[in-house]
Design a protein around this ligand. Sequence first.
Ligand code: ADP
Length: 253
Amino acid sequence: MRVTVEELAFGYRGRKKVLNNLTWTVEPGVTGLLGPNGAGKTTLLSLLVTLLPVREGRLLIGEHDLSTMAGRSRARRLLGFVPQHFSLAGELTVADTVAYAAWAHGLARDRCARAARWALESVDLSEFADQRTSTLSGGQRQRVGIAAALAHDPRILVLDEPTAGLDPGQRLRVREVVAGLGEERTVLVSTHLIEDVAHLCSRVGVLVGGRIEFHGTFPELEALIEDTSGGSPYGSGFERAYDRLIERVGGHR
Ligand code: ADP
């Protein structure tokens, strides 16, 4: 299922627009949404998962138009969202946490335990099903969040900075899980790390100055960075390459 964004604009009340004239299409597979802190990634994802209202421009989930109430309610069933920060009730088990999420997404009560088992298997956490969530590591908690967003089997999965704050081993594990999920659905992952995009995403959009200023494959993104630097993007580390990228795509505006 495809996500279509047409000339979308959004500003928080009384403030300058965060997103402006944003046009983008997200296809099945894993797509990265790359942009510096404050670029508006969370704002765009919040509009996409119906947590913020679409007032200017169009946003379609498949053919469902989020500016209509009917479109929003149909789209919600097709969406799963893992926010950047979420809390887990520490006294609940992992399985109950995910089963509850499935129920909250509208699954019939008698299907929730099975849906939770399937979702936990998908994120490779089956062996932790009966543990309390308070006993988990950061990477395991992140995977519980993904399982909770997955349990109602959404066509589109949206993850806001899923690797933030994780150590390298945990980051790798979360990336593997997300890559697997992208084989059967549309997955959109926001990140400020080029490294995440390199390992995970078949396509990437770069958000700068309120718009998607670049959209393409990772090799195309690499070529853009190489052009700018006159060398390998990794010679001086991902973060330097990233600064150059932002200069490059945002610089001509
Ligand atoms: P990112 O996810 O790329 O870091 P955000 O979407 O969180 O960016 O923020 C984009 C801009 O909108 C920032 O300038 C931020 O301060 C502002 N912003 C985010 N949330 C709110 C809010 N609830 N009210 C007012 N301004 C906000």
